[in-house]
Write a protein that binds this ligand. Sequence first.
Ligand code: 9MR
Length: 447
Amino acid sequence: MTMTLRCLARTAAAGLVAVAALATAGHTAEAEAADTLGSAAAGQGRYFGAAVAANHLGEADYAATLDREFTSATPENEMKWDATEPSRGTFTLAAADRVVDHARSRGMDVRGHTLVWHSQLPSWVGALGAADLRTAMNDHINGLMGHYKGQIHSWDVVNEAFQDGGSGARRSSPFQDRLGDGFIEEAFRTARAADPAARLCYNDYNTDGVNAKSNAVYAMVKDFKSRGVPIDCVGFQSHFNSASPVPADYRQNLQRFADLGVDVQITELDIEGSGSAQAANYTKVTDACLAVDRCTGITVWGVTDKYSWRSGGTPLLFDGDYRKKPAYDAVLTALGGSGDPGDPGDPGASCTAAYTRTADWGSGYNGQVTITAGDAPISSWTATVVLPSPQSVSSLWNGTPTWAGNVMTVSPSWNGTLAAGASTSFGFTVAKNGSGAAPTVGGCTAS
Ligand code: 9MR
């Protein structure tokens, strides 16, 4: 006979973050039942998306995590100019189609990223003169938006057109250098005509707080709104680390753009770090979006740390084995959702204890308890064995027993450290003393 008793001990850090986030986030009873990022965000009237790479969709865990948790997908590289029009007039959209088809067939929205950007730009574009470049830019917008017409909820029409630093100036690029400031306006007007139903966004980084760069974008959006240039939203990439932390005025900055009459979206969120500190930063960002009515959704820049562009900084919500990180719990809680702490992928230390009688010789028997780590690695465990009276244990191996009456608590001797999902076992010999009943095994606790 085999008995299994699942038990878990969530890390104190994750629990504290969850409690802190619960105390600060307003949420409805209905949303509280949500147990995925997408469903919890939907309860708040928002989407929750991820950047998606076509070449990972064949990996079962990748696709399963994406499909379970996210309601929006942004092709990470597949819609960029170098991928989609490597030579003039030749559109290569198979990889982008794979992401769009995967996402839409599972009910996800798609963000289009990105039409006009100085980077990942094939060299033929930079070699064009002004008139030709203008035509090529408009052809590119029409080619992509035409192909995906009606399938994209928001397009990053222009990406990263402003310089970093304090100047608030436009960034040098073939478009800026040959067409001048007006290229942005022209791109938006062309985009509106190409797919009138799509939300048209300007997207940039280091514009997340109030600073010279975001002031310059703000002035452009204000000007566009006052002159009727079609713009519907501003994307805040939100790539954070210790050198570029979540700004204290993040919410205020989102709000001032929203007050211009555009939606705001968090478009490429990732925050380097780990544990409760990373979780707290994710809570700040999520809370900021929820506090701004026109913040319509959040996209994290990847599904798993292992494929992040900053993988060394472990900046995402799922680790390299698709386990939920404390940051995941923090976001879910801030969105008003609540996870099942025992569900697959929870990062808390946990273990199971399974008992088997391995030998029986009339007056005695051998028992074995197999300890299996849950979805996270563990460094120690204890399990309890309740022995039926009047049995007694004559020897025990691969464990260290302590006794309280007929309850034996066993801790590791040499075998405390287990990888996620790995097992060890301890064994013991029992004198029946007239009773052949099975012991009760359970109470596995891991740390
Ligand atoms: O995540 C993308 C990475 O795979 C590419 O190598 C890189 C090339 O420029 O672009 C990354 O995505 C960028 C996004 O398109 C625009 N904002 C900054 C992102 C991170 O570099």
